[in-house]
Design a protein around this ligand. Sequence first.
Ligand SMILES: Nc1nc2c(ncn2[C@@H]2O[C@H](COP(=O)(O)OP(=O)(O)OP(=O)(O)O)[C@@H](O)[C@H]2O)c(=O)[nH]1
Ligand SMILES: [Mg+2]
Length: 492
Amino acid sequence: MPKASRPLRLLLIAVIALAAAALLWALLGVLSGAISLWQALRDLPLWAQTGVYTLIAAAVIGMAWLAWRILHPRPRKVAPVAAPTRVQIDQRVTRLNERHADTAALQAELEELDRRARSEEFHVAVFGEISAGKSSLIRALLPDAKAQADVLGGTTRAVAHYRGALGDTALVFADVPGTHEVAGAAREQLARDEALRAHVVLYVCAGDLTRDQDTELRWLRSFGKPLLLALNKADQFHDGERNALERALHERYRDVTDAQLVVSAGGGESFERQLPDGRREQVRRERIPDVAPLHAWLQRLATRGASQLEPAREAAVLTAIGARADALEGAAREREAEAVVTKYTKRAVVGALAAVLPGSDLVIQGVLATALVRELGKLYAVPLRDLDIDGFLSQVRLTVRTSASLVLAIAGNALKAFPGLGTLGGGVLHAIAYGLIFDSLGHAVAGTLRDQRTLDNAAATQSLARLLADTSAERLRRIAAYALQRETDLDN
Ligand SMILES: Nc1nc2c(ncn2[C@@H]2O[C@H](COP(=O)(O)OP(=O)(O)OP(=O)(O)O)[C@@H](O)[C@H]2O)c(=O)[nH]1
Ligand SMILES: [Mg+2]
């Protein structure tokens, strides 16, 4: 570093001296203020002195508390997800039934929700990766329960329930399939559903959590239910390793879980035994489980009683049912949209066959197209005022005109697929072309409304252009069949 020049250093010394003098001056000011305040207070009657001292003490304590709070911010609570109410879910199920959706699974879930609420049993779902020791942990906590344990991963294939008691509370453990098993997606869903149905989730791990496990744990927490994290197989770590892991889990998950506990649920241990004749032999025996801290935590939660934990459990189940209702509604809407598109495609074909045809110019039929877009808009609950149908149809006409020769060529191919069709009136080619246009238009509009909840003209026109060029055999046969059917109907 280059040396500072002498005048500069002198200037720096002067500034420092000035700052020190100012600080000293301020300190003396405060001191003199405090002395004169103290002298003034001495002259006051005792009650007034006590009042002022109490005020000063309160201010000092208040400031100390404020400083402490700023330095030690409260752990951020994960806000529970906003759950739908039971009434909302019941209404949605009724509406789905009216739309002929299969709601049997949703209704079964609601019945199970009510059954558990009535039973007042305390439900604990034991959740975690395959072979983490979930079944062994249940056996250790409820020794009379029978859960299959195996060294091969993926032993618990479906949800099994084990009943017992913790103090005076009737308790049910749900032993769920382990997550992250290869090709175990369906079983993983079973495990997640069961975790939502429980009052408490016990998350079992056998080491540090992977990124997926971390996400899973935070997802479980988002339902606002008590969540315990148990590090199992503690015996497999040296003391130092175990302590470091315990500290790391505590540091990372103290805001996400209610407790982080270290346990050893079982497994085997080997040791060497000396026989009377001096020989030694290897002996293997079941390890005595050490699950005391976990047992104590569960007991503590159980004494709060199932009914106190019921609202969070209900909210979690209703949220899951809400998501399933969303999926069913989506599927019902897709089916209904398909029916609407088919209806208008048939109408377009029939209209083209019956009308005096506009030569080779495939000008789109305005009234029919408007009705199609309106009906799809209603289905996807997009307000009519948000649909610029006229503007959209002008763009559609342009797209259709530029693709006219392509569409007619595709319609010609469809005719070849039905050799008999070609001999029917010359209008059949145009009827199929109209069918193709309406089928493409319907699917383009439905897809855009589904994905964007609005009629994005550019996206819908792009999709239309793509669909107009779709020559899949199944589609051509279907549209040609409408024309064929109508022609035969007209002939008879
Ligand atoms: N060393 C040791 N082994 C354990 C412990 N707990 C369980 N095990 C062993 O880990 C293996 C898996 O145990 P399970 O209880 O079947 O594990 P799980 O999580 O139920 O497995 P899945 O149902 O297949 O997902 C078995 O061989 C157990 O003996 C433990 O605390 N220490
Ligand atoms: Mg198991």
